[in-house]
Write a protein that binds this ligand. Structure first.
Ligand code: ADP
Ligand code: MG
Ligand code: MG
Length: 250
């Protein structure tokens, strides 16, 4: 699904990613953990195609294609989805309308017929139920006046409707209460399939109790310093990150 080789990137002339190598197989769920400021959001944003980043070296291959040569909309049409660490409010743009435009743009790209309002509403209602999002949120402005947890849940709702091939979740669990965390995890687990891959950026092992990752990576100082299985997340929770840095330096 995704292959990142020797990726170097900078923001405003400052080097942030310093040689990332990462391979994500189809159907796999990976967790990326790491200290604040290590480049996790930078990596997620670069994969999704957000501007403001300069890739100075390396490559990203997605479904066999050069991802960095694609613009953000093409990436989305091809099934890349990013749940933002800080979801933006878009006042005046209806939540359902935005999603309908997104779904139909993707369908047009796949040479499928656009969904009509009735069919779309059916899907939206079903997915809203899945993430226990009250119907009233469907007709509100995108994230307009939503609480922090509601914004995160809305990201998962968008993901459920768009059914991406590669879902990147940037700290979707941060700031969620226990119930919201379970709901977000349900949404991700529902999406989990042999055709899809998920990358979860998280600080907390707690999320990984609900969504069992196949692989856990530690990103620190712009590099993947260690890769392991689920037990690595437990070890990090217990021991922090310094030992990983020391081990990598040695
Ligand atoms: P993480 O998500 O791992 O906490 P980020 O990828 O958000 O880390 O940030 C990595 C580093 O890049 C930080 O030092 C951050 O301050 C810096 N950075 C990110 N975006 C910008 C920007 N637009 N301008 C300047 N520095 C930035
Ligand atoms: Mg952070
Ligand atoms: Mg971040």
């Amino acid at each position: 699904m995704l292959k990142i080789e020797n990726l170097h990137a900078s923001v405003g002339g400052k080097a942030i990613l310093k040689g990332i190598n990462l391979e994500i197989g189809t159907g796999e769920v990976h967790a990326i953990m790491g200290p604040n400021g290590s480049g996790k959001s930078t990596l997620s944003n670069i994969i999704a195609g957000r501007d403001g980043y300069e890739v100075t070296q390396g490559s990203i291959t997605y479904k066999g294609k050069d991802l960095l040569a694609m613009n953000p909309e093409e990436r989305a049409w091809e099934g890349v989805f990013l749940a933002f660490q800080y979801p933006v409010e878009i006042p005046g743009v209806n939540n359902t309308y935005l999603l309908k435009a997104g779904v139909n743009a993707k369908r047009t790209h796949q040479e499928l017929e656009e969904l009509d309002a009735m069919d779309f509403l059916k899907i939206v209602k079903e997915k809203a139920k899945l993430v226990e999002l009250d119907q009233s949120f469907l007709s509100r402005g995108v994230n307009e006046g939503f609480s922090g947890g509601e914004k995160k849940r809305n990201e998962i709702f968008q993901m459920a409707v768009l059914e991406p091939s590669l879902a990147l979740l940037d700290e979707t669990d941060s700031g969620l209460d226990i119930d919201a965390l379970r709901i977000v995890a349900n949404g991700v687990n529902h999406l989990r399939s042999e055709e899809r891959s998920v990358v979860m950026v998280t600080h907390y092992q707690r999320l990984l109790d609900y969504i069992q990752p196949d692989v856990v990576h530690v990103l620190a100082d712009g590099k993947i310093l260690k890769t392991g299985d689920k037990s690595l997340a437990l070890e990090l929770e217990e021991r922090g990150y310094d030992w990983v840095r020391e081990e990598a330096a040695a």
